[in-house]
Design a protein around this ligand. Structure first.
Ligand code: ADP
Length: 454
């Protein structure tokens, strides 16, 4: 096992990794930017080190700053969290070159799965169904040609993509030209890589994902599925497990297929395979995330596995220590992403100071948040303030617990989406377990906002 881990991230995930380190009895150093000097993770850690200014380019995205911090503080491993450098094969390689361990897949594995377009082909060849689409697009004329043969509507997707950035829905050839340009420049700005591909746009699908873990000795397990269909602009807002869209037989089959395919493709460490499931129940692979997901706590609630500790142990060269038979998901869990944004004002992100803050409690309630009364939300990063997760023996009870916990959760001083969550929970489509990824964008958030304000 490692002696000391540098946590090269911020917000709630920095805190989550710190907690895993403490449980494992491993030292931890929190790396923070000047804007995060007063962050909860930095305050709670035994050691913390400033890695640069607020601008992530010069701190959380700066390999030299992070590696120097690890060396100076005597760390032997770096945990990248999610986002930032967590899936950057160049960073993983530089970390290794400095005799440090990267907590995640190796640079070679990250490189193999770096392009979404290539990963579609790779896992398609391992037997996972994919959505009809194109290879990498050369130019607009090529895009038009491919879209014609796939059939409209199509989705333009950045191959280096993430967080829904740069994706464009195109319904006609006329729309394609300008959408192509916009996607290309958004992809370049967002990921430093403007490679694009096309996928047939599937209406009314659900987002279902499979959690896997593979160690260096070829031991591989899946930890079941999560449903992330409640989205806004392709970004997840509420996640639940197991997915109400799949029968137990279907979820088992999908998880086993996903695990077989990814293990055969040489994957290692923690990973998530994302699928879209259509109204017939057919699942199509869309992408893999080679890191810990924001929504991992609901799988932890179902399985009792500390997934971040598992991830660290795998990176330290330990065997999984559990088999598939040991993974027995129980009950139902829901995660609500608590965001500092105003649903009534087009979800504008809110900066400012948190006044009073009260986290909910009771059986089956877990709050992962870096907030505290008086916390100044820096305007430089994403708007995630925390994740409220609930567990109950079944879905209806989980919904009831979710509502009770949301009522208890108090965040003063900034506008949040807490009421929006309550309105979604009370919505019949959600109660029936029938939400598709386009629901919020199609009906808009107004009915939910209005209901939440009652
Ligand atoms: P990102 O990597 O940017 O998160 P994904 O490929 O994971 O992008 O897709 C994010 C979301 O976009 C999905 O959950 C789904 O809502 C939507 N989406 C992606 N591909 C398609 C598709 N082919 N048809 C319809 N919706 C899609």
């Amino acid at each position: 096992m490692f002696t000391k881990i540098l946590i090269a991230n911020r917000g709630e995930i920095a805190l989550r990794v710190l907690r895993a380190c403490r449980t494992l009895g491993v030292g931890a150093v929190v790396a923070y930017s000047e804007a995060d000097r007063d962050s909860l993770a930095a305050q709670l850690a035994d050691e913390a080190i400033c890695i640069g200014p607020a601008d992530a380019k010069h701190s959380y995205l700066s390999a030299p700053a992070i590696i120097s911090a690890a060396v100076v503080t005597g760390c032997d491993a770096i945990h990248p969290g999610y986002g930032f450098l967590s899936e950057d094969e160049g960073f993983a390689d530089v970390v290794r070159a400095h005799d440090l361990a990267f907590i995640g897949p190796s640079a070679e594995v990250l490189e193999r799965f770096a392009s979404k377009e290539a990963t579609r082909r790779l896992l398609g060849a391992q037997g996972l169904p994919t959505i009809p689409g194109s290879g990498m697009l050369r130019d607009e004329a090529h895009a038009l040609e491919e879209a014609e043969s796939i059939g409209y509507p199509v989705l333009i997707k950045p191959s280096a993509g993430g967080g829904g950035k740069g994706m464009r829905l195109v319904r006609t050839p006329r729309e394609l030209e300008s959408a192509f340009k916009v996607s290309r420049s958004e992809a370049k700005a967002g990921f430093g890589d403007d490679a694009l591909y096309l996928e047939k746009y599937l209406d009314d699908t659900r987002h279902v994902e499979i959690q896997v873990a593979v160690d260096r000795f070829g031991n591989a397990i899946h930890m079941g599925d999560r449903d992330c269909s409640v989205q806004r602009r392709h970004q997840k807002i509420i996640e639940e497990a197991p997915s109400p869209a799949l029968s137990d037989a279907a979820r088992q089959e999908l998880a086993e297929r996903a695990l077989r395919a990814v293990a055969a493709a040489g994957y290692e460490n923690l990973g998530t395979l994302e699928f879209l499931v259509d109204s017939k129940g057919d699942a199509y692979f869309i992408e893999i995330n080679c890191r810990v997901q924001v929504e991992h706590p609901i799988t932890e609630l179902l399985t009792g596995i500390d997934m971040v500790a598992l991830q660290i142990r795998i990176a330290a060269g330990e065997p999984l220590g559990i088999t598939q038979a040991d993974v027995v998901p129980r009950g139902h869990a829901i995660e609500f992403r608590i965001l500092a944004e105003d649903p009534a004002k087009d979800f504008r992100p809110q900066a400012g100071q948190v006044g009073a803050y009260l986290a909910p409690g009771g059986p089956g309630v877990r709050m992962d948040s870096h907030m505290y009364p008086g916390y100044d939300i820096p305007p430089y990063y994403d708007s995630l303030l925390g994740k409220l997760c609930v567990w109950a023996p079944d879905r209806n009870q989980a919904i009831a617990r979710g509502d009770a916990a949301l009522r208890e959760l108090l965040v003063d001083g900034v506008v949040t989406n807490i009421d929006l969550h309550r309105a979604i929970l009370a919505n019949q489509v959600f109660i029936d377990g029938k939400v598709t990824t386009n629901l919020l964008d199609r009906v808009g958030s107004a009915p939910f906002v209005a209901a939440g304000n009652r």
